[in-house]
Design a protein around this ligand. Structure first.
Ligand code: NAD
Length: 282
C-alpha cells in the first residue's frame, strides 16, 4: 500500500510554533514583518499571495503586499527591494513571480538582503546553500526536506532523484538532499530516458509542471515520491506531475496535490520570517 504523505498536519505544527515565536518577538518589541512584492495582475498569483497574507495574519506576522502593478519596470522593482532591505522593521522579503516581461528573477532578487531572503531567491542564498553555509533555502525546496524528515524517510547514502532543475525548486532541493548525504541525480528537460533514471530512486522528487509526467514505469517498488508539481485542471482543481492512480500500490509513499508540499511551503515562509526577526534581535 502507498502511504499518503499529507502536509496538512505538519504545516499546522509549524504554524503553531511560528505563532508562539511571533508572540514572543512581539512582546519583546520586534513584531515580525514580511513584505511580498508583486508585479503582475495574474489571478492565481493574487490568490496565492492572499493565502500567504492570511496565514501570516493568523500566526501574528504582519504581512505587507506591495503591489507595483504589472507594468512595473525592473528599476522600480529593484528600488523597492532595496528600500525594504534597508527598512529595519521588515524581516522577510518575497519577490513574487511571474515578473513583467524582461525582468529576471535572479537579477532582481540580488537586491534582497540575504538575511531577509526568506524564499531563497537571491543567487547568494543558493550559492551559500551549495557551499554548505547557512542560508534560507527556497521555501518549496525546504518543504520537500521537511516532509521527508516528518515521515522519517532516511536520506544518508540513499539514491535520490530530482526531476526539474529550476532555481526555485529542483536545484535547491538537490543541494539540500546532497547536504543530507543522499546520492543525488538531477534530471531535466534534456534528460534522455527519464524512466531509466527515476527508477533508480529510493526518494523521487518531481518538480516540473507537467500532468502525468511520472507513471508506473518511472518508479521502483517502495520508492517515496514527493510531488511538487501544481497544475491547474479544467474544472478549477489542482493536480501534480505524478499519475497518482498509476503509482498507487507501487510507491511506498506519495504526497497529495493539493495538500502535500503546498501548505508546508507557506508555513516555512512564515518560519523563515520569524527566524530572521529573531536573528535581528541578537
Ligand atoms: P520551471 O518551469 O521553472 O522548471 C521546470 C523544470 O522541469 C525545468 O528545470 C525543466 O528542465 C524541467 N523539465 C521540463 N520538462 C521536462 C521533462 N519532460 N522531463 C524532465 N524534466 C523536465 O518550474 P518550477 O518553478 O521549478 O516549478 C515546477 C512545478 O512546481 C510547477 O508545477 C510549479 O507550479 C510547482 N511549484 C509548486 C510549489 C508549491 O508550493 N507546491 C512552489 C513552486 C513551484
Amino acid at each position: 500500500t502507498t502511504a499518503v504523505l499529507s502536509g496538512a498536519e505538519l504545516a499546522k505544527d509549524i504554524r503553531a510554533r511560528v505563532t508562539a515565536t511571533a508572540a514572543e518577538l512581539t512582546d519583546a518589541g520586534t513584531p515580525p514583518r514580511l513584505a511580498v512584492v508583486v508585479a503582475t495582475d495574474d489571478e492565481s498569483t493574487a490568490w496565492y499571495v492572499r493565502s500567504i497574507a492570511k496565514a501570516a495574519a493568523k500566526t501574528g506576522i504582519r504581512c505587507d503586499v506591495v503591489d507595483l502593478g504589472a507594468d512595473a519596470t525592473p528599476e522600480r522593482i529593484r528600488g523597492e527591494l532595496t528600500a525594504l532591505s534597508e527598512e529595519p522593521s521588515v524581516h522577510g522579503i518575497v519577490l513574487q513571480t511571474p515578473l513583467p516581461g524582461g525582468a529576471c528573477l535572479e537579477e532582481l532578487a540580488a537586491a534582497i538582503a540575504p538575511e531577509k531572503d526568506v524564499d531563497g531567491a537571491n543567487p547568494v542564498s543558493l550559492g551559500r546553500l551549495s557551499a554548505g553555509l547557512p542560508a534560507f533555502a527556497p521555501a518549496t525546496a525546504a518543504a520537500v526536506l521537511e516532509l521527508l524528515d516528518h515521515y522519517e524517510i532516511p536520506l544518508s547514502g540513499r539514491r535520490a532523484v530530482v526531476v526539474g532543475r529550476s532555481n526555485v525548486v529542483g536545484r535547491p532541493a538537490a543541494q539540500l538532499l546532497l547536504r543530507r548525504d543522499a546520492t543525488v541525480t538531477v534530471c531535466h528537460r534534456y534528460t534522455r530516458d527519464l524512466a531509466a533514471h527515476s527508477r533508480q530512486a529510493e526518494v523521487l522528487v518531481v518538480a516540473v509542471g507537467r500532468i502525468g509526467l511520472i507513471g508506473a514505469e518511472h518508479i521502483s517498488p517502495g520508492a517515496v515520491v514527493i510531488d511538487v508539481g501544481t497544475n491547474p485542471t479544467e474544472d478549477g482543481g489542482l493536480v501534480g506531475d505524478v499519475d497518482e492512480r498509476a503509482v498507487t500500490g507501487l510507491a511506498a509513499g506519495l504526497t497529495p496535490v493539493p495538500g502535500g508540499v503546498g501548505p508546508v511551503t507557506t508555513a516555512l515562509l512564515l518560519r523563515h520570517t520569524v527566524e530572521s526577526a529573531w536573528r535581528s534581535t541578537a
